[in-house]
Ligand binder design. Sequence first.
Ligand SMILES: [Fe+2]
Length: 259
Amino acid sequence: MNVNIDIINQLDDNYAYIVHNDCEAIIIDPADEIPILKIINKKNLNPLSILITHNHSDHTSGISGLLSHFDLEVFSSNLKINETTKLLKDNQKIEFSFINFNIIATPGHTLDHIVYFSEKEKILFSGDALFYYGCGRVFEGSYEQMHNSLKRLKKLPDETRVYCGHEYTYKNLEFVLNEVIYDKEASLIKEKYQQMIKEKGSSMPFFLGQQKNWNPFLNCDDIEYKKKVSNFHKNEGQISPDANDLEFFRYIRDKRNAF
Ligand SMILES: [Fe+2]
């Protein structure tokens, strides 16, 4: 069965997504219902449910507006998200007529953060856990929780297409190339994405396999990668290649916070 994903720009740099089969639709992380309603009406879709990754308002503030138009189930892992009708837990499976999702708990950015993975379609909605060339800030959880969450996501198949919660790609690439590790190939990618974001309004989706090579937050266990980062001129004397995975993760995350 065909599965389509419409990428909806929200607020300054957020994404909501409409997953549909040209008939029924599921909405992920709505922040502003207006552009979502436009697509639903234009394509004559029948929305079934809303899926929420975490409790931040830039992922939930469109829920009530959508509920004023449609009778929808709202899936989340946190009853504090008021409109929740179905509470989700780690490793749970949810089934719709045209797509199924595995729920993976990914605490760190928030304690309630979950992501939605379709094993059959190889699609991941990663919210603010994993970004293109980056990861979410650690707000509610610990560095260890966030690091463990990313380790779980790294185990998903390389061909997984990832749709994340924000358009941070260009800034993340700037950070990686200026502060972590320089690479000519990645530098060319940066220019390509600048152009793509300008033209298409989005760099989504990205392939998880490519990020297993390039995303510093997915490489905290790679000794060769750590050596390269440690030898990069801005990191000399700052981080040892012998740093353990979590120390390395903390170093890169703190550096990104200050960037
Ligand atoms: Fe967030």
